[in-house]
Design a protein around this ligand. Structure first.
Ligand code: ZN
Length: 210
């Protein structure tokens, strides 16, 4: 079944140099001598690298990452090319993309072209009106190619709350540099931490040959 399917890894590598969002814990990995085998001690925040935000990230008594159905994270998805946007992605940029309810939507922006070597503040984000537009359409999942979907420093939290108040998970920290606007199958299962606000995930796209 998988013989001719291309697997595209859209996750960030996790190591001591991985960029992290300001005031989040950096990733710290340390090899530990356990006697006869090698193990590593890993310290990281729940929103490290490519990760998924659960409703409890911003909603009081919202669902935790383990309470979201796995079916949200596996299935058809569409990558939208928004690399023409210079500062943000807004409703105006999305309205002609014919987005339908229950779609999984990944936003490819200039962030993917800029790369992930060093954290920068003026990354491309989703505007409040863009978030409300997509959440009102009841899409199944949203993803973006930087460590936050919300403008850095903005007190308007709509980019998070519009989705998470409707239990629409947000994938952040995607690397879409090698991906074109198209339809794919998404696999984005978060690690099974229980009772917390988010978790890293290995996220891949599957593409069948045409
Ligand atoms: Zn997050």
């Amino acid at each position: 079944m998988f013989d001719h399917i291309e697997i595209i890894d859209i996750s960030l590598p996790l190591n001591n140099k991985t960029i992290f969002y300001p005031n989040n814990p950096p990733i710290k990995i340390e090899k530990i001598n356990s006697g006869s085998s090698v193990i590593s001690k890993i310290e990281m925040g729940s929103h490290s690298g490519t990760h998924i935000d659960a409703p409890s990230h911003v909603i009081d008594s919202g669902l935790n990452i383990d309470q979201l159905p796995l079916a949200d994270f596996i299935g058809p998805c569409r990558v939208l090319d928004l690399t023409n946007c210079d500062k943000f992605v807004s409703k105006e940029n999305l309205i002609n993309k014919n987005i339908q309810p229950n779609e999984r939507i990944l936003l490819k922006t200039k962030n993917s072209i800029h790369g992930f070597e060093k954290f920068y503040d003026d990354f491309i984000y989703l505007t409040p009106d863009g978030a409300e537009y997509l959440a009102d359409l009841s899409i199944k999942l949203i993803g973006i190619d930087y460590l936050s979907i919300k403008q850095k420093g903005s007190t308007d939290t709509t980019a998070h709350t519009a989705f998470l108040s409707k239990n629409i998970p947000i994938i952040e920290g995607l690397d879409l540099s090698k991906v074109l606007e198209d339809e794919y199958t998404l696999i984005a299962t978060p690690l099974k931490f229980t009772g917390i606000d988010g978790a890293p995930a290995r996220v891949v796209l599957l593409k069948s040959p045409n």
